[in-house]
Design a protein around this ligand. Sequence first.
Ligand code: HEC
Length: 108
Amino acid sequence: MNKLIITFLALMATVAGIALAADAKAGADVYNKTCKGCHGADGATPNEAVGKMLQATIPVLASPAIQAKTDADFRTAITAGKGKMPAMKSVTGSSIDDVIAYLRTLKK
Ligand code: HEC
């Protein structure tokens, strides 16, 4: 009986672990809706017209310089904005982790 309970708890922990892990696929959807307009497809081709409008250089997110930054740096840019990048208020909760997980898949 005890064994059964332990097995059940272990199973629940596994399921919860999967549910809590950041989801890069969901992050890609967030990215394509919210970030692509400025940072371009796959974070590789920043939108120059928008960059001119903002009078900013939109960084290539796939670049080593950006990938060298920490997840905390990414989180700050998304939630609080950075320089000419406004805070992305529509990205909240687990979507923040998801989009960060997606950004990490862009690394070359
Ligand atoms: C309105 C255009 C725009 C949108 C939309 C936008 N960004 Fe940015 N982003 C910028 C600009 C401009 C910078 C450069 C900021 C600076 O360093 O002055 C930047 C910088 C960044 C950086 C680098 C931060 C750092 O620490 O140097 C990350 C990461 C980033 N953006 C991620 C995102 C993500 C993820 C989204 C979508 C949730 C997003 N951006 C949406 C314009 C945008």
